[in-house]
Write a protein that binds this ligand. Structure first.
Ligand SMILES: Cc1ncc(C[n+]2csc(CCOP(=O)(O)OP(=O)(O)O)c2C)c(N)n1
Length: 324
């Protein structure tokens, strides 16, 4: 697949933005500067980036509790996201949504979601909505391997297959559901084979290779836009950090994985992998990549400053914009 240089640079910028945002969110949460739970996706940048690089602005996504990367990849601004996780009025949801509920309809971001598996039926409904409206927009549902054991996964794939809806189901298989290794609770080795049960295409994708993710998603999106129905993609990846920032405080010594496994996956870093590819293919110079890193550092520093200096919502506004 021929990918333009601008597209490649855009993908690298997105991965750097996610890495920087997530590292800072982890540090701020550890320093008790952020309220609420924070789940970061360091190590998983290539799947969010490769998937969203294959979408148009009018396409839509649903996300989960580990959603910052998806939202950044779909065009979310670092400053408004940072303000939201600080609980500030200038955030995407006026500081009332927090890390797990960031929404921006104008970017096609239908929302992160703290309920495991909840994004799949929403994406399926969004895809049906596009069909009814006569539009060829596609919706992507991001979810984890743990969510693929929820009833909503099976109901959504079935209905989307029966009605040939324009939806792409993207499972980010990072090996764990909270502190439980996937293999101990999941009947299959590869989530992608579950597509067979619904007679739709299912592909195992190297989730740390942004170019491979982009290729598979582009095919699935083209299929969906052409009215041929849904696809299930399983991006194999790994989370470097804990399930939730600060989990050591309640896990104590009871770790659920070997540190050597974490180190092994760090060697498969999606950003370093892309940098190597740039050097070997000669498509992008290290000076061009370094410029992007410097710009991202500045953008992130400004975002943190914006969030810190923004106001908290007033207590009297607590029920404004609340619908249930
Ligand atoms: C319906 C529901 N059940 C359980 C939980 C508690 N919970 C939060 S995250 C999580 C694990 C989800 O694992 P996975 O879908 O693989 O996503 P990952 O955290 O690995 O990215 C669980 C069980 C929840 N939030 N919602």
């Amino acid at each position: 697949m021929d990918i333009s240089k601008d597209k490649l640079l855009e993908m690298y910028r997105t991965m750097q933005k996610i890495r920087h945002f997530e590292s800072k969110a982890r540090d701020l949460a550890m320093a008790a500067e952020l309220p609420g739970f924070v789940h970061v996706s360091i190590g998983e940048e290539a799947s969010a980036t490769g998937v969203c690089a294959a979408l148009r602005k009018t396409d839509r996504i649903t996300s989960n509790h580990r959603g910052h990367g998806h939202l950044i990849a779909k065009g979310g601004r670092l400053d408004r996201m940072m303000a939201e996780i600080f609980g500030k009025r200038t955030g995407y949801c006026k500081g009332k949504g927090g890390s797990m509920h960031i929404v921006d309809y104008s970017l096609g971001i239908l929302g992160a979601n703290g309920i495991v598996g909840a994004g799949l039926p929403i994406a399926t409904g969004s895809a049906l909505g596009a069909v009814i409206a006569g539009k060829d927009d596609v919706t992507v549902a991001f979810f984890g391997d743990g969510a693929s054991n929820e009833g909503t996964f099976h109901e959504s794939l079935n209905l989307a297959a029966v009605w040939k809806l324009p939806v792409v189901f993207v499972c980010e298989n990072n090996g764990f559901g909270e502190f439980t290794p996937m293999a101990t609770v999941t009947s299959v080795k590869d989530i992608a084979v579950r597509a067979k049960a619904y007679d739709i295409p299912g592909h195992i994708v190297d989730g740390n290779d942004v170019l491979e993710v982009f290729r598979y998603t582009s095919e699935a999106v083209a299929r969906a836009r052409a009215g041929e129905g849904p696809t299930l993609l399983e991006c194999k990846t790994y989370r470097w950090e804990g399930h939730v920032v600060g989990e050591q405080a309640f896990l104590g010594d009871g770790s659920y994985r070997e540190q050597s496994e974490v180190e092994e996956w760090k060697r498969k870093c999606p950003l370093i992998r892309f940098e190597k590819w740039c050097a070997e293919s000669g498509k992008i110079s290290s000076a061009e990549l370094n410029k992007i890193i410097a710009e991202t550092e500045k953008e992130l520093a400004d975002a943190v400053e914006f969030a810190r200096s923004s106001e908290l919502p007033a207590p009297s506004e607590v029920t404004d914009d609340v619908y249930a």
